[in-house]
Design a protein around this ligand. Structure first.
Ligand code: ADP
Ligand code: MG
Length: 579
C-alpha cells in the first residue's frame, strides 16, 4: 500500500525554527517554491514519529531583509541579504498507519515537531490524495460533493454527509452571495439517496423549481394564502389553530398589558381543555382522555370556544335573594374576544383560523405528518414548504409551530423506528432573531427552535440555518452549529459573529470573507477535513432557485414596463391573491 503523501525534493520548503502551541515558523530554504506559496496553502511537517505528519495551513509569508557587514571588504560596506519565513497554524495530524487502519486524518496534535523538522508543500497529486481521504469510502455518486477546492480545482470538495447533517449547520453570506444556490446544490446531492428526509422552510417561494419540470427532486407544499381558502388545491397546507399549544395561541391573541389578561388566559385554557375532551369522547379515545393536556393537538370547534367565552363575558352572577349581580367574568373578556374575532375574520390568517373541513378531522394530523415525514408510494424525500404568503407578524409562530410539531412527533416515536430529518431554515433572521430583540410571539417560536438546536441530535432532528444577517440570528442556535459554509460577507458586525464561532486557529481566515466571489465559500467544521475555500457547484439549470438577480441596466435598456400588469398587480394586492 503506497502512502498517500509522498514528497520529493521539490516539495521541500524548509525547516522549523520556532514552535508554539498552535503556530509554527518555518524558515524557507527553497526560494523557487516560496513564490508559489500563498496564504491558505497546506503544508506538511515531519514529526519524530514515522507514520505521523502534521498538517498545517499557511497564515503568513514574510521576507525579512537584514543588513550585514560584508566580510570580504575592509571598508564598512553594508550588504542586504534576505531571509524568508512562513507562519503556519496546525490543523491536525495525518497518520499513514493508525492501528489497523491507514490514511487517517485527525484533528488535533499529539506530537509537536522539533526544531529543524522538515516542512513540505502539499500540492498536485499529494493534495488530491489528501483531499480525497474523506470521500474514499463513499460511493462516488452518493458523496456530498459540494464543489471543488480553490487551491486545486481538480480536487473534489466532499463533505461527510453524516457529520454535516448530524449536529446542525449554517450557510451564511451577504444577500446575493449564493446561499440559495448552495442550498439547492446540497438538496440535489441529497436527493440521490434513497430515503432523504429534508424539510425546507422557503420564505420567498424560490425553491419551487426543485419540485417542477422533467426532473423534480422535491415535493412542494404551500401554506394557504388568502386566495387559497375557498378552492384549495391538494398542495395547499393548512395549519389549523388546534395544533398550536396554549402558549402559542395566547402569544397571538392575548394582550399581556390588559389588566384582565390572567382571567382571559385562564378561561380560554379551561374551555379549550373541555372542548378537546369532548372531541376525545366523541372519537372514543378512552386512553387518550386519561392523559391528554390542554397542549395536546386535538381538534375542537372555534365556534364553540367563542360561544363559551361570550357566555362567560355576559353571564350575570347570582346574589342574595337570587338577585342578579355582576358575574365573575362579566365584561372581563370583551377585549380578548374582540382580538380573537379580528384574527378569525382576517383572511391572511386563514391557513390557521379558516381550515378546510378535512383539517378539522381527528385523523388529519397523522395524515399530514405522514406526508411531511413519511415515505409512501414513492413519495419525495425533500419537502419544500412555501411560506411566502404568510403574514410576517405570524411567521415566527407558524414556522415555530410546524418545527415543534415535527420535533414532537419524532420525540414521541419509538426510538427504534425513528429516522432522522433536517429542517432547512432559509432567511432564518426573519423568525429566529436574537432573544432580546424578540417580541412575545417570536420568543415562543424561538424557544421551539432552540430546543431542537439543543436536544435535536438525540432524536435525529437537525437544523440547517441559512441567513444573510448572522448578527441578527439567535446566538443559542448558531453556537450549536458544528459546520459553517460562509460565503461572501462584507458587514463588520456579521463578520464579528462568525469570528466568535470559529476556533482560534482559524480567526485569521475571516479576512478572506469580503474577498470571496459569488458562489465561493469558506467551509469549516467537522464535516470537512480542513477548513477550506471552496468553489461551490452550481445546481442544475432546472433546479436553480427562482431568485435570479435582475440586470437593472440591461432591463432598463430593453424591457418596457407593462401597464396592464401593473393594474393586475394592484387588483391582486386588493384580493391578496396572485392570479
Ligand atoms: N455557485 C454559484 N456559481 C455561480 N453563480 C452563482 C452561484 N451561486 C449563486 N450564483 C449567482 O448569484 C445569484 C444569487 O444567488 P442566490 O443563491 O440567490 O443568493 P442568496 O440566496 O445568497 O441571496 C444567482 O442568481 C446566480 O446568478
Ligand atoms: Mg436566498
Amino acid at each position: 500500500m503506497a502512502a498517500l503523501l509522498n514528497f520529493v525534493e521539490n516539495d521541500l520548503l524548509g525547516s522549523v525554527i520556532q514552535v508554539d502551541t498552535e503556530q509554527i515558523i518555518v524558515e524557507i530554504e527553497n526560494e523557487i517554491i516560496l513564490n508559489k506559496i500563498c496564504v491558505g496553502n497546506i503544508v506538511s511537517i515531519e514529526t519524530s514519529k514515522q507514520h505521523e505528519k502534521l498538517i498545517a495551513l499557511v497564515d503568513k509569508v514574510t521576507r525579512k531583509y537584514v543588513d550585514t557587514l560584508s566580510e570580504e571588504s575592509d571598508a564598512d560596506e553594508l550588504k542586504v541579504s534576505s531571509a524568508d519565513y512562513i507562519k503556519v497554524s496546525i490543523i491536525g495530524t495525518y497518520h499513514s498507519v493508525y492501528g489497523s487502519e491507514h490514511d487517517i486524518f485527525k484533528r488535533g496534535v499529539e506530537t509537536f515537531p522539533q526544531i529543524e523538522s522538515k516542512c513540505y508543500c502539499v500540492s498536485g497529486q499529494n493534495l488530491q490524495n489528501f483531499m480525497n481521504i474523506l470521500g474514499k469510502n463513499v460511493n462516488v455518486d452518493k458523496r456530498l460533493k459540494i464543489g471543488t477546492f480553490m487551491i486545486d480545482m481538480g480536487a473534489d470538495a466532499v463533505l461527510d454527509g453524516n457529520k454535516f447533517f448530524q449536529r446542525h449547520a449554517a450557510i451564511l453570506g451577504s444577500t446575493g452571495s449564493g446561499k440559495s444556490w448552495c442550498v439547492a446544490n446540497i438538496l440535489e446531492k441529497a436527493s440521490k439517496l434513497k430515503y432523504t428526509n429534508i424539510i425546507v422552510f422557503d420564505m420567498h417561494g424560490e425553491y419551487q423549481s426543485l419540485s417542477e419540470g422533467s426532473d423534480p427532486i422535491a415535493k412542494r407544499y404551500k401554506i394557504a394564502g388568502p386566495g387559497d381558502l375557498d378552492t384549495p388545491n391538494p398542495d395547499v397546507l393548512f395549519l389549523p389553530y388546534w395544533i398550536l399549544n396554549r402558549e402559542e395561541l395566547l402569544s397571538m391573541i392575548l394582550d399581556r398589558s390588559d389588566s384582565n389578561a390572567p382571567n382571559q388566559a385562564s378561561r380560554f385554557t379551561l374551555h379549550i381543555r373541555e372542548l378537546k375532551e369532548e372531541t376525545l369522547q366523541k372519537e372514543e379515545k378512552t386512553d387518550t382522555i386519561e392523559t391528554f393536556t390542554v397542549d395536546s393537538p386535538i381538534p375542537f370547534s372555534m365556534e364553540d370556544l367563542l360561544k363559551r367565552l361570550k357566555d362567560d363575558d355576559t353571564r350575570k352572577g347570582i346574589g342574595a335573594n337570587n338577585k342578579p349581580i355582576k358575574g365573575d367574568w362579566e365584561g372581563k373578556l370583551t377585549r380578548f374576544i374582540a382580538r380573537l374575532e379580528t384574527k378569525l375574520e382576517d383572511r391572511t390568517y386563514g391557513f390557521m383560523f379558516k381550515p378546510l373541513d378535512e383539517a378539522q378531522l381527528y385523523g388529519w394530523l397523522g395524515k399530514t405528518i405522514c406526508n411531511l415525514l413519511g415515505y409512501q408510494d414513492g413519495q419525495m424525500g425533500i419537502k419544500i414548504i412555501d411560506f411566502s404568503e404568510v403574514p410576517s407578524d405570524v411567521l415566527p409562530v407558524v414556522t415555530g409551530t410546524l418545527a415543534r410539531l415535527l420535533y414532537d412527533v419524532q420525540f414521541w416515536m419509538n426510538s427504534d423506528n425513528r429516522t432522522p430529518f433536517t429542517i432547512v431554515c432559509d432567511e432564518a433572521h426573519l423568525y429566529l432573531p436574537i432573544k432580546e430583540d424578540a417580541e412575545s410571539v417570536q420568543k415562543q417560536a424561538l424557544s421551539n427552535f432552540e430546543r431542537i438546536a439543543k436536544e435535536g441530535r438525540k432524536y435525529g432532528v437537525s437544523i440547517l440555518v441559512v441567513s444573510q444577517r448572522p448578527a441578527d440570528v439567535s446566538k443559542t442556535i448558531l453556537s450549536q452549529c458544528n459546520n459553517f459554509v460562509v460565503l461572501r460577507l462584507t458587514n463588520e458586525r456579521d463578520k464579528g459573529v462568525i469570528k466568535n464561532l470559529l476556533p482560534d486557529s482559524l480567526k485569521s481566515t475571516i479576512e478572506f470573507l469580503p474577498l470571496l466571489d459569488v458562489g465561493e465559500a469558506l467551509v469549516v467544521g467537522d464535516a470537512i477535513l480542513l477548513p477550506s475555500k471552496i468553489i461551490l457547484d452550481k445546481p442544475l439549470d432546472c433546479h436553480r432557485p427562482i431568485s435570479a438577480t435582475k440586470d437593472f441596466w440591461d432591463e432598463w435598456d430593453n424591457n418596457e414596463p407593462d401597464n396592464c400588469a401593473i393594474n393586475e398587480a394592484v387588483e391582486a394586492l386588493r384580493k391578496q391573491c396572485r392570479m
